[in-house]
Design a protein around this ligand. Structure first.
Ligand SMILES: C[S@@+](CC[C@H](N)C(=O)[O-])C[C@H]1O[C@@H](n2cnc3c(N)ncnc32)[C@H](O)[C@@H]1O
Length: 201
């Protein structure tokens, strides 16, 4: 097993924390689809999973200079390019970095704006995976994609391609066991029921 695979497995057992809740589902996406080009907002454990479970090249965006320095050195340069962006940078700067992408993993920055911008950068059969999808203010961005799937309550898979979504739904084991306030309140349950059904405008 590769070094990235061993690192991925070391973290695999951690559960019950929303900051790692996406891990098994991201790994399943990587193993199920042909993922060659990845854009990521916020490097870290997600990068380790992509490195272990695909042969993809990753463009990763980081605003913090501390995290940028750490991850720039940590990942192999032939596979991961970490870009340091100053606060207030414009998402249109992404247009010069590469794409289109098979997978856009959103886990940092202005998520609603990134969800909208991702439409320009995604392959027709590509997938956006939004972490922290339970937060307020993301509904419009999530519903701008016709196919939506919450494998758990804190992250959401989005695509324009219905066949890709069906493939992922059969490959992914859902986990709704989390009992945090975002998952268990009546108000949040109503939100999840609405957002998974909302029509495409
Ligand atoms: C939740 S962490 C990412 C964790 C990582 N994906 C993982 O799986 O471990 C969010 C990161 O996004 C970074 N960030 C902040 N603003 C950003 C932006 N506009 N674009 C990309 N990353 C940003 C933060 O500095 C932080 O390091």
């Amino acid at each position: 097993m590769s070094w990235w695979g061993r690192l991925r497995d070391r973290f695999r057992g951690v559960s019950g924390q929303t900051f790692v809740s996406f891990r098994p589902h991201l790994a399943a996406i990587c193993k199920t689809l042909k993922i060659e080009d990845v854009l990521e907002f916020g490097p870290g454990n997600s990068t380790i999973i992509v490195l272990a479970d695909t042969d993809a090249k990753v463009i990763s965006i980081e605003e913090s200079s501390e995290w940028y320095e750490k991850y720039r050195k940590r990942f192999p340069r032939d596979r991961v390019t970490v870009h340091h962006k100053q606060t207030g940078w414009d998402l249109s700067e992404l247009d010069d970095l590469g794409g289109p992408y098979d997978l856009i993993f959103i886990d940092g920055g202005d998520r609603p704006a990134e969800l909208h911008h991702a439409h320009r950068l995604l392959k027709p059969d590509g997938v956006v995976y939004l972490h922290d999808a339970h937060r307020e203010g993301y509904e419009e961005g999530i519903c701008s994609y016709p196919h939506r799937f919450f494998p758990e309550r804190h992250s959401c898979i989005l695509t324009l391609d219905g066949k890709v979504m069906e493939t992922l739904k059969s490959a992914i084991t859902c986990d709704y066991s989390c009992a945090c306030k975002y998952c268990s309140s009546d108000e949040r349950r109503e939100y999840f029921a609405r957002i998974t059904k909302c029509p495409v405008d």
